[in-house]
Ligand binder design. Sequence first.
Ligand code: NAD
Length: 476
Amino acid sequence: MLMRIGGREVGAGAGGWLDVINPATGEVLDHVPAGGREDVDAAVAAAEQAQEGWAHLTPRGRGKVLFHGAEAIRAVHKDLARTLTQEQGKPLAEAVDEVRGCANVLEFYASVSGCLAGDFIRLGAPGDGVVVREPVGVCGAIIPWNMPVILFGWKAGPALLAGNALVLKPSSTTPLTALAIAGILEKAGLPPGVLNVVTGTGDSAGRAIVAHPGIRKVSFTGSSATAPGVREAAAPFLKEVTLELGGSDPMIVWKDASLAAAVEGAVRGRFYNAGQVCNAVKRIYVHEEIAARFTEELRARVGSLRVGNGLSPSVDMGPLQNPGQLERIEAQVNGLRDRSEGRILIGGSRLAGPEHDRGFFYAPTLVTDVDPGAAVLNEEVFGPVLPIVPVPDLDTAIREANRSRYGLGASVWTRDLGVARAVFDRVGAGVIWVNRHLTVPPELPFGGVKESGIGREVGMQAVSRWTRTKSLFLGW
Ligand code: NAD
């Protein structure tokens, strides 16, 4: 596929082409241009030309375009989902979920387009004050490979509603759905140049976006390891940077929890998208009174998961997205084994056999008898590996939950409102779920504390972050 700049398809320049690999088969699926500085220059120029006209539409006018875009995505959601499964690896049902989720996000921002408001402040004798919100202008958006469609919606929905123009870079390993959706939005009425997609690696296209003086804000979603470099590269231009980063979400299972619901919550929370979700369940703290039963039921359920090519309807979990990711997970589990930091209850290796040999498959893995200092409790494990830690009381559960450099989300599974309230009040995270994990509706702001990032996505708060205020003093 080709890049999309100023409403036109653009091929490769000096950088050449990048292969897009199907992670279930190892086969080359397509090629995209390895974009670089010149492409980002062209995209910024197109965005600058388009942004003013876009911002001059009424918010409801922009909302209408987003609404038509959402409808157009829904109309072809099966095709988009298939492409998503092929480039990313997730099971088709999850891909359909994600594509519909993207349409829902755009529709949510369309639905609030008539409600963008400023403030009116009575200043007394000197006069009155008015505060309006203006778009930032031309902005950059950089997204990772794990949820390329929903994260496209999370960036584009609020940014475009606020009146900005975007230069968006998908991950070099999952660029196809972003390119397809940008084309769909243009056909649905988005003026050319308002949303440009430059493909390429982080080192070339990504760095060029962060360092481009014409881009006034960069919204980055990716790893906590990459983020400081992004912030540093943006600093000389004093541009705003928001960072949505890694997580190591704890799930606290209290002794009165519905065991069936908690087991299903843990399976979905950890093994959805092969565990490659920023806010996946990455550590379980379970009350010791129910720990044995919970662990046994979870082991049986995890043992029944079918792992394979996501295009097959009987598959529950697909491959990891790329070979580097497979090696990282393998190294993390091997390291745990070598350092005797836990016992592998199930899984703990790559999957072999005709269905798995050519793809990047890792077995769903549970770890028990975990050493409190084990790396899997302290690092982000971005794959299907779940440590289970029994705890004697709530204070211990909360203390352990907080013992992390990350603070994206956390969940508590209980029927006791006091327990739920204590977790909500005392666990450091941007979102707390009660009897649920993972779900992020577009109405609720999402983002982390500590090394999980700076800023919030979705919700009305996200629109504010894609604007700046301008004050008016009225001296009557
Ligand atoms: P990554 O940081 O390697 O890459 C993310 C994006 O940044 C890619 O498009 C990449 O090409 C680009 N990039 C890399 N180096 C860059 C640079 N120097 N300058 C500019 N751009 C650069 O992350 P990843 O491995 O693709 O994604 C997985 C990570 O993303 C995990 O840590 C996960 O938790 C996190 N994530 C966070 C959220 C959230 O909302 N908090 C959502 C999804 C994923």
